[in-house]
Each structure stands twice: as structure tokens, then as C-alpha cells.
Ligand binder design. Structure first.
Ligand SMILES: Nc1nc2c(ncn2[C@@H]2O[C@H](COP(=O)(O)OP(=O)(O)OP(=O)(O)O)[C@@H](O)[C@H]2O)c(=O)[nH]1
Ligand SMILES: [Mg+2]
Length: 323
């Protein structure tokens, strides 16, 4: 599934049902009093937050949404049924803007519901028009149209952990190892073109495309994906042992790009993860790890080829997130 981060749709609330002109049917009274019921109200439109990105697929093919109309009134003063409300599901973190009115709504909590369009009121049946001078009113009113509007939806994920690093650092592989995700992995740069999400005991990890020097100027895939990790609790910065020994320089290059991007990313807590320890010897791992520890941030080293190693890191990460 390609990641879709901006969509536009048109939505309309239901039209109210019409009020009607009816007469009471009583034995021996050919035309009793007015008994036309009111129309039901049109359904409202709500947006609802869900913990899933898959819901976005629907909006790709279907662009028009409408809540149910209210039913017309009936005889014997029966009110028409109200139209059913319509719920549009979006991933947590979506910002839904009514481009007609300019009003924006943000979905921040799972299950949160916000009414964005109100259905039209039902019309009045003829019994409402009865008066001392008019015992047989022929009037009724039609249902009112519901509100409608064009909406622009921007999906900006709320993840707990954001993975950053150079291409090939092993970000997607790590996501797959820690979560149920099945992100594409490849031994070439820019395997990841769209963000991937994984769920680690309820903590959402976001894997984004790799960064390179100059990303803030549009180099590589640029830095626009950083927006998806702008609200994370912590950055997990991967630096691979594969790219020779100047790992501190690699680390600083990425930090530089984060600083240029700004938006609170440079100030975020960071965990440093040295990856692919299997390509070097233990001594090298220990000495590089020591160097990174001087930065005063948590530092871990891992190879995904060792299950115990992965499990230890996974437990540490969960412990950290729980704090
Ligand atoms: N030796 C070794 N290779 C690894 C390890 N983890 C991942 N790899 C390999 O590193 C390569 C890159 O992995 P990815 O997970 O695609 O890297 P990425 O950081 O997501 O890369 P981009 O999506 O391009 O930014 C793949 O060939 C993986 O199999 C590891 O612990 N040890
Ligand atoms: Mg990747």
C-alpha cells in the first residue's frame, strides 16, 4: 500500500424529510382535522479517529460522501424517520479542514468523534398550520438541505518512535524485527519511499525514508517525510557499522539535517542505535559505543542476525517508552 498523506473529498449531510398534508380518517367524518406528520431530520456527518492507515484506501476511489436523508412525514401525525448519521474514519493524527468554511478539526485520540456537518431539519406537516381561522390547512414545508462542504485531509502520523538515519542503516529491517510490520528491505539506498508503521505493544514506530547530506535542500528524497515524526516521543537514530569507521561523522550529518529541518526535531529525546554489529569485531563495537556514550544519550548496539540481541534491545526500548 502506498502511503497516502493528503486527500480531498466532498461530503454532505442528509436533507430533512418533507412535512406532508394528510387528514385524520375517522369513521363518519369524511375529512377530520389535519394529521400530516413532520419529516425526519437528515443524518449528520462525523469524522472518527481509528488506529489504522488502511482506511485511507477507500478515499482514493470514492470522493463523494453523503449521510442519509430524513424520511417524509406520514398520515396520523407520524414523523418520518431520521436519516442515519455518516461516520468517516481517518487515522489518528489526521487534520481535516473544511475548505469551504476554513474550519479545521484534528483527530488526536483513538475513537474520538467530531461532527463536521449537520443534517437538514425535517419539514413541518400540515397539523402545525392549524389555527382558529384555518381548521383545514393545506400547507406543509419541505425538509431543509443538510450542510455540505469540500474537505482536505492531511495525515500526519502520531507515532511514538521515529526511525532516522542514512539509507541502508537498517531502519526497515529493525521495524520488521520489532513489530508485525512487513516493510520492504533492500541492500540499496532509498528502499523505503513511503513511511511504514509498526506496532510494538501499542507503541507506534514510524520508519521513514533515509536521509542524506543536503536532504533539507531536497537531496535524495528530501526531508518532507520528517513531518511524520514531528510528534514522536523519541527519535531512534540508527548508525551502521557497515559504512566504515567514521560513524560519528555520519551521525553528525544526520543531526545537521534534523537541525536544518527544525520543527522541534533537534530538541527531541534521542536513542542512538549502532546497527549491523555482525560486520565488525567485538572490540570495534565496544570502542565506538564508548565514543557515542560521551554524547550523554542512551546508546545501544545490535545485529538483527542474533535473536537474543534483538530481544534485549526490544525490552530496553519498551522500558524506555514506558517511562
Ligand atoms: N549485516 C547486517 N545487515 C543488516 C542488518 N540489518 C539490516 N541489514 C541489511 O541492510 C540492508 C538495508 O536494510 P534496510 O532495512 O532496507 O535499510 P533502511 O535503513 O530501511 O534503508 P532505506 O529504506 O533505503 O533508507 C538490507 O540488505 C538488510 O538485509 C544487520 O543487523 N546486519
Ligand atoms: Mg527502509
Amino acid at each position: 500500500m502506498a502511503f497516502l498523506d493528503e486527500i480531498t473529498i466532498h461530503a454532505a449531510a442528509g436533507t430533512g424529510g418533507d412535512g406532508v398534508v394528510r387528514w385524520r380518517q375517522e369513521k363518519f367524518i369524511p375529512k377530520g382535522g389535519p394529521a400530516g406528520g413532520d419529516g425526519g431530520r437528515g443524518g449528520d456527518v462525523y469524522i472518527r479517529a481509528v488506529r489504522s492507515l488502511r482506511v485511507l484506501d477507500t478515499y482514493r476511489s470514492k470522493k463523494d460522501y453523503k449521510a442519509e436523508n430524513g424520511e417524509s412525514g406520514a398520515s396520523r401525525s407520524l414523523k418520518g424517520a431520521n436519516g442515519a448519521d455518516l461516520y468517516l474514519d481517518f487515522p489518528i493524527g489526521s487534520v481535516v479542514t473544511n475548505t469551504t468554511t476554513g474550519v479545521a478539526y484534528e483527530l488526536t485520540k483513538e475513537g474520538e468523534e467530531i461532527k463536521i456537518l449537520t443534517g437538514g431539519a425535517g419539514g413541518l406537516g400540515n397539523e402545525h398550520f392549524k389555527s382558529s381561522t384555518n381548521q383545514s390547512p393545506q400547507e406543509s414545508t419541505p425538509g431543509k438541505p443538510g450542510e455540505e462542504g469540500d474537505f482536505h485531509i492531511e495525515v500526519s502520523l502520531i507515532a511514538d518512535v521515529g526511525l532516522v538515519g542514512f539509507p541502508n542503516a537498517g531502519k526497515s529491517s529493525l521495524l520488521n524485527a520489532l513489530t508485525n510490520a512487513q516493510a520492504k528491505v533492500g541492500d540499496y539506498a532509498f528502499t523505503t519511499l513511503d513511511p511504514n508503521l509498526g506496532d510494538l505493544y501499542g507503541y507506534i514506530i514510524a520508519d521513514i525514508p533515509g536521509l542524506i547530506e543536503g536532504a533539507s535542500d531536497g537531496k535524495g528524497l528530501g526531508d518532507k517525510f520528517l513531518r511524520h515524526i514531528s510528534r514522536t516521543k523519541v527519535l531512534l537514530h540508527l548508525v551502521s557499522f557497515e559504512n566504515g569507521m567514521n560513524m560519528m561523522k555520519s551521525y553528525e550529518t544526520i543531526r545537521d539535517e534534523l537541525a536544518k529541518y527544525g520543527h522541534g526535531l533537534p530538541e527531541k529525546d534521542e536513542i542512538i542505535l549502532l546497527t549491523k554489529t555482525d560486520v565488525v569485531d567485538e572490540e570495534a563495537v565496544a570502542s565506538i559505543k564508548k565514543k557515542f556514550e560521551t554524547l550523554g544519550k542512551p546508546v545501544f548496539a545490535v545485529t538483527l542476525f542474533d535473536e537474543t540481541n534483538v530481544k534485549v534491545f526490544k525490552d530496553e526500548l519498551v522500558k524506555y517508552l514506558k517511562k
